[in-house]
Design a protein around this ligand. Structure first.
Ligand SMILES: [Zn+2]
Length: 274
């Protein structure tokens, strides 16, 4: 398997590999940047990338360059934005809402009924190819607006929509997030996003466990060193425990409690866990 983008040749980042490969019909793989660039020219890519080869993509980008310098054509431009209202066309809105709801189902998103209004806004807020990685009920600390907090491959977004008032959206781009932290509290845990110039706090009293699950997910993305350290520790502990068990087994064999075959079988089982 190649670990370089078939178009720009760049080595894949951890974000590229984490989100699954963007595989083309000829086995070439695109990095997320190139996919974004190409899909800005032709949205169809997002719905059937494996129908296109690397040459198709090159041609697509070549043609769009020609068009930029030549006459303006609407042919391959995204048709989704209704420029008058800045909203999606009705059909695309429905399609996107359905996709988003499917993503929430897959995530087993356990949102309160208060989040319904926010979810209906998501097709307008998220880009067409922006998937939801994790989501929770959460609201800005010290406000009364209920809302949701969600993570996508490029940012964390908070959405809050009170009845009869416009939706409030705040976004924190990955490159601006230094780290995230969590304050566990019996009443309402707090998720903190640390950016270069401020720390924003979100309370989550509607579903405390779910907020913690959300935090555990985003910390893997934003607190890289810490999660690395933790997973190493867990590994050492578990292999130590396994070796302890192996020693006990060896003793049981020496004492004649286990036969040679029984020992071999148990040993194999233990080593498989490593
Ligand atoms: Zn690339």
């Amino acid at each position: 398997m190649s670990d370089h983008c078939g178009l720009c040749g760049a080595e894949f980042t951890s974000m590229d590999t984490m989100l699954g490969e963007n595989k083309l019909s000829d086995g070439n793989i695109l990095c997320n940047k190139c996919l974004e660039k190409a899909s800005n020219i032709n949205q169809e890519l997002l719905y059937g990338l494996n129908n296109f080869s690397i040459n198709d993509i090159k041609r697509l980008i070549e043609n769009s360059k020609v068009r930029e310098t030549g006459e303006i054509s609407n042919e391959n431009l995204p048709i989704v934005i209704n420029s008058e209202q800045g909203l999606l066309s009705k059909d695309l809105y429905k399609k996107r809402l359905k996709e988003i709801k499917q993503q929430l189902d897959q995530l087993k998103a356990n949102l309160s009924i208060f989040a319904k209004g926010e979810i209906k806004e998501l097709p307008h807020i998220l880009a067409l190819d922006e998937t939801i990685l994790a989501i929770t009920d959460a609201q800005f600390s010290k406000t009364v607006d209920a809302g949701i907090l969600l993570a996508t491959p490029k940012r964390i977004v908070s959405v809050s929509k009170a009845m009869f008032s416009p939706v409030k959206v705040n976004e924190y781009h990955n490159e601006d997030i230094l780290e995230v932290s969590f304050v566990n509290s019996f009443l309402s845990p707090i998720i903190k996003i640390h950016t270069k110039d401020k720390i924003v706090e979100f309370e989550s009293f509607l579903n405390k466990d779910y907020a913690e699950d959300f935090y555990n997910f985003i910390k893997k993305i934003y607190n890289k060193e810490e999660s690395q350290k933790q997973s190493d520790e867990v590994k050492t502990v578990s292999s130590e425990a396994l070796f302890g068990q192996l020693e006990k087994l060896a003793q049981l064999r020496e004492n004649g409690i286990l036969t040679e075959e029984e020992f071999a079988e148990q040993k194999k089982k233990l080593l498989e866990k490593l």
